[in-house]
Ligand binder design. Structure first.
Ligand code: FES
Length: 359
C-alpha cells in the first residue's frame, strides 16, 4: 500500500495529514526541525534558531529577550506576545495557548518560522531583573489568613521597580511563587508583600507555619506590566481587585506623586472579598481614599451578596471611553471585567491586568 504525505507543520504537536486510499486521517508525529524565531521589541530586533524541544518562553529567556512571566502554566497571561507571522502549537493540550489575543509562550512551540512582538513599554527601560538572596525581616498578620512578608536585600543588591510589579520568590524548601509588592520603593529598601494562606498551598503553609525572621529566600524580579503609565493622562481610572490583588493597587495609589495622581483623573476603587472579615486592608484603604480623593467600594460576594467588582464597574460606568481600567485578582474577574470594559468603549490598550490563581 502506498501513502501520500502532506505536511501541515514540521514540529512536535503540529499536525501531519496522511492520505491513504482516498481517505485521510490525522496523526501526531514527533520529530525535530529547528525554525527561525524573529522577535520585535520596540526598535530592537532579535533572531535565533528555535529549539523544538523547549517552550518559546524558555527560548526567549535563554536569548535574553525582555519577556515577563509568572505561573508557567498558561494561567496568568504574563508571558503573552503578539504572533505576527507563523504557526504555533500548545505543548500541553490541556492548557491554554492564547489569552486575550496574545500567544502564551510558556505553553507554545513553533510549528513554522515565527515572527513575534513583545510588548514594548518605555517605563521598563532601565528596569533590570535582579536575582538575589533576600532575608525575612518581618512577618506580620494583617488578618486571620493574610501575612505581610517583609524582605531585605543585601546592601550591594538594589532593586528598581515600579509600584504594581511583582517578584518571584523561592523559599528554603524549593517552592516558587510570585507575589506583588504592596508598596512602592521604600527609603529603607524593604520589600513587602501580602500573602494569603491557601489550603494545601506549599508556600503559604511554609510562611504561616515554619518561616522565621532571618530565613533566606531567593528573589527574582521585578516582573509584570501592572503599573501606571508615565505619559498617560485620563479622565477616570477604575481599579478592580479581588483578595490580595488589592496589594499592587494599593502600591500604585499610595506611591503616586501629585502629578501621577492628577494623571489618573477620577479614581474609583472596587475591592471584592467573599466575606467582610477577609477585607484585611479596609481601614488603610479608607484612609488612603480620603487622602487621595478616591471613591472606594467594598464588595462581599458571599456574606452580603453585593455581587462582583466587575458588576459594580458596569453599574457605575456605562461609558469608559477616555478611561483606563486596572484589574488584579482571579482570572474570571479579569476576563469578565475586560469584556465589560471593552463593551463600554474602553480602548484595548487602556486595560491593565495582573491575573493570579491562589496556589
Ligand atoms: S507565565 Fe505563561 S501564562 Fe503565566
Amino acid at each position: 500500500m502506498s501513502f501520500a504525505f502532506q505536511a501541515q507543520g514540521s514540529l512536535p504537536n503540529c499536525a501531519l495529514m496522511i492520505a491513504a486510499s482516498g481517505k485521510s486521517f490525522r496523526i501526531k508525529v514527533m520529530y525535530s526541525v529547528s525554525n527561525q524565531i524573529n522577535i520585535q521589541h520596540g526598535d530592537a530586533r532579535l533572531s535565533f534558531d528555535g529549539d523544538p524541544a523547549s517552550s518559546l518562553l524558555d527560548q526567549l529567556l535563554a536569548n535574553k529577550a525582555p519577556v515577563s512571566y509568572s505561573c508557567r502554566r498558561g494561567d496568568c497571561g504574563q508571558c503573552g506576545v503578539k504572533l505576527l507571522e507563523g504557526e504555533a502549537a500548545a505543548l500541553d493540550k490541556g492548557r491554554p495557548l492564547w489569552q486575550m489575543g496574545s500567544l502564551l509562550t510558556c505553553n507554545a512551540v513553533a510549528c513554522s518560522p515565527l515572527s513575534l512582538r513583545i510588548p514594548y513599554i518605555p517605563e521598563l527601560e532601565g528596569i533590570r531583573v535582579l536575582r538575589s538572596p533576600a532575608k525575612v525581616q518581618g512577618l506580620e498578620l494583617l488578618g486571620s489568613d493574610v501575612m505581610q512578608l517583609t524582605l531585605r536585600l543585601p546592601p550591594a543588591n538594589r532593586i528598581a521597580f515600579l509600584p504594581g510589579q511583582f517578584v518571584r520568590l523561592t523559599n528554603s524548601e524549593g517552592t516558587l511563587r510570585s507575589y506583588s509588592l504592596s508598596a512602592g520603593p521604600q527609603p529603607d529598601g524593604m520589600l513587602r508583600m501580602h500573602i494569603r494562606r491557601v489550603e494545601k498551598g506549599a508556600f503559604s503553609d511554609w510562611l504561616f507555619a515554619r518561616a522565621v525572621i532571618g530565613d533566606l529566600l531567593q528573589l527574582e524580579g521585578p516582573q509584570g506590566h501592572f503599573f501606571q503609565r508615565e505619559n498617560r493622562s485620563v479622565d477616570r481610572s477604575v481599579f478592580l481587585a479581588t483578595g490580595t490583588g488589592i496589594a499592587p493597587v494599593y502600591a500604585i495609589l499610595a506611591a503616586a506623586s501629585e502629578k501621577q495622581r492628577a494623571a489618573l483623573g477620577e479614581v474609583w476603587v472596587y475591592w471584592g472579598n467573599r466575606f467582610r472579615k477577609d477585607a484585611y486592608l479596609a481601614e488603610q484603604l479608607a484612609d488612603l481614599s480620603l487622602q487621595r480623593g478616591m471613591r472606594l467600594t467594598l464588595v462581599f460576594s458571599r456574606e452580603e451578596d453585593t455581587g462582583h467588582v466587575q458588576d459594580h464597574m458596569r453599574r457605575d460606568h456605562a461609558a469608559l471611553d477616555g478611561a483606563q481600567v486596572f484589574a488584579c485578582g482571579n482570572p474570571a474577574m479579569i476576563e469578565g471585567a475586560r469584556t465589560q470594559a471593552l463593551a463600554a468603549g474602553l480602548g484595548e490598550d487602556f486595560f491593565y491586568s495582573d491575573s493570579f490563581t491562589a496556589s
